[in-house]
Design a protein around this ligand. Structure first.
Ligand code: ADP
Length: 200
């Protein structure tokens, strides 16, 4: 497995981080939204992205479902597939943040270790973990894609919260209780957290 890497050398950049920041007018970072299906990750991600673009910032949302159509179309939902899914998205957003983009990830990412591994690959302070939190009963009641009903009937195996675990973040940068605050309030809190990072 390591054999081919022996012949590969790291190619350095001809641009310093400062030059890149000056050209783009911002520094990149990663906003990682984790939570149960139906907790509100996509809703918040897309609204944050639009708000940042309205402020003239470069932001891009990576939605878990969309990623599985392309970059991760070969992966399923077994723990090792979920781990690989998160590793690939983590490497992608690491590069995007390095390029100066605010990369917004909406991914259930149920395992603490997987999220910690991504965090460890991103420069200190540039990984913002957001726990999009709502009780399972609320998510199931919302069931925006009808997935809980299908999971309960056994049609979808390994469904997070029903037949697969969700490990809540221990010390996230932000917790959004989407059953207590409205969408605007949640979006405001993410944007307020991110804005200072763009110039730091
Ligand atoms: P996920 O991406 O986590 O699976 P979605 O964003 O697709 O969840 O769905 C969340 C649902 O909850 C949407 O129908 C959304 O309108 C609703 N909702 C209610 N309150 C909030 C809130 N504060 N933040 C985000 N979504 C909310």
């Amino acid at each position: 497995m390591n054999q081919p890497r022996r012949n590969i050398q790291w190619q350095g950049s001809h641009v310093t981080p400062e030059q890149r920041r000056e050209a783009i007018g911002q520094r990149g970072c990663v906003i990682w939204l984790t939570g149960l299906s139906g907790s509100g990750k996509s809703t918040v991600a897309l609204r944050v992205e639009r708000r940042l673009l309205e402020l003239g910032k470069v932001a891009y949302t990576l939605d878990g479902d969309n990623i599985r159509h392309g970059l991760c179309s070969d992966l399923g939902f077994k723990p090792e597939d979920r781990r690989e899914n998160i590793r690939r998205v983590g490497e992608l957003v690491r590069l995007m943040a390095d390029a100066g983009v605010v990369a917004i990830v909406a991914l259930i990412s149920p395992y603490r270790d997987d999220r910690a591994r991504v965090r460890a690959r991103i420069p200190e302070g540039r990984f913002v973990e957001v726990f999009v939190d709502a009780p399972l009963a609320v998510c199931e009641e919302r069931d925006p894609k009808g997935l809980y009903a299908r999971a309960r009937s056994g049609e979808i195996p390994n469904f997070t919260g029903i037949s697969a675990p969700y490990e809540a973040p221990v010390d996230p940068e932000l917790v959004l209780r989407t059953d207590e605050s409205d969408v605007d309030g949640c979006v405001d809190r993410v944007v307020e957290t991110i804005i200072p990072l763009l110039t730091l």
